[in-house]
Design a protein around this ligand. Structure first.
Ligand SMILES: [Zn+2]
Ligand SMILES: [Zn+2]
Ligand SMILES: [Zn+2]
Ligand SMILES: [Zn+2]
Length: 258
């Protein structure tokens, strides 16, 4: 999914399941995903998902007549693209989105039947994430899951999320000699792993993050699950930061350096 910067968002849908290349360009006769604007060529680029891999690749056809950039770096023939990347075709900027947040609408259909993470129901107004494969999960469930629960998808979105926030939240892997071993997470209850003390682990609970404001330590999934830091008077708004991961305007600002 790609969005245009100005005006009403122009949505370009890239097929997910079929591993079919999608031509992006200005000519409806040649491109499956049609975008218009200055500097966009009739056949500008192809976006394709690599078979047996969660990765999308952009193949540039525009050079040398026109510019194709990913995160403001010129594409030389091809480039891997992932959620949050800003793609420039000619003079048009788009954001590549693999996940979207929304709320369960009134009278919604059965795609909202059951959340695949905890197998519980959805209610109207719940915050949900739609994965690129079409799978819906609660936002709160998505934030603590390591992978998409969608059949045939299993996208390891947590890796992407951690990478995206690495500079903001400073995650660290627990080791046997970590001073945190033997201490407990600031969030009690909520998750089974909070019953125990911090310990090294291969999974997501083997990583910790300290609140940027009050420095109190959390398991990584516990941190992502929060609205605000639990320390009295800290008030660090975790959810607001986390939601920037899904916002095409915030992603554009990030890349354009505002
Ligand atoms: Zn998925
Ligand atoms: Zn759920
Ligand atoms: Zn805090
Ligand atoms: Zn925890």
């Amino acid at each position: 999914l790609v969005y245009l910067k100005d005006g009403p968002p122009q949505v370009v849908t890239i097929p997910w399941l079929l591993d079919v290349p999608t031509m992006v360009g200005s000519d409806p006769g040649q491109a499956q995903s049609v975008i218009v604007g200055d500097g966009v060529l009739p056949r500008h680029a192809t976006i394709i998902k690599l078979p047996e891999s969660p990765t999308y690749v952009l193949l540039d056809h525009a050079a040398p007549q026109a510019v194709t950039e990913v995160n403001k770096v010129r594409v030389l023939r091809f480039k891997v693209v992932r959620h949050g990347d800003v793609i420039t075709f000619g003079q048009q900027q788009f954001v590549f989105l693999e996940f979207q947040v929304s709320k369960v609408p009134e009278g919604s259909s059965q795609v909202f039947d059951k959340c695949a993470v905890l197998r519980h129901g959805f209610a109207v107004g719940d915050d949900v994430v739609m994965c690129r494969c079409g799978q819906f999960t609660h936002l709160a469930c998505w934030l603590v899951a390591e992978r998409c629960p969608g059949p045939d998808c299993a996208y390891p979105h947590r890796n992407l999320l951690v990478k995206f926030f690495q500079d903001t939240f400073l995650f660290a892997a627990l080791t046997a000699s970590s001073p945190l071993v033997g201490r407990k997470c600031a969030l009690s209850g909520s998750f089974p792993w909070n019953e125990k003390e911090f310990a090294p682990s291969e999974t997501q609970i083997g990583r910790v993050v300290h609140c940027p404001m009050c420095k109190i330590p959390y398991h990584e999934p516990c941190w992502f699950s929060l609205d605000v830091c639990v320390t009295p008077d800290c008030g660090y708004n975790v959810r607001e930061k986390v939601l920037s991961f899904f916002s095409h305007s915030r992603l554009l600002e990030r890349t354009n350096g505002h």
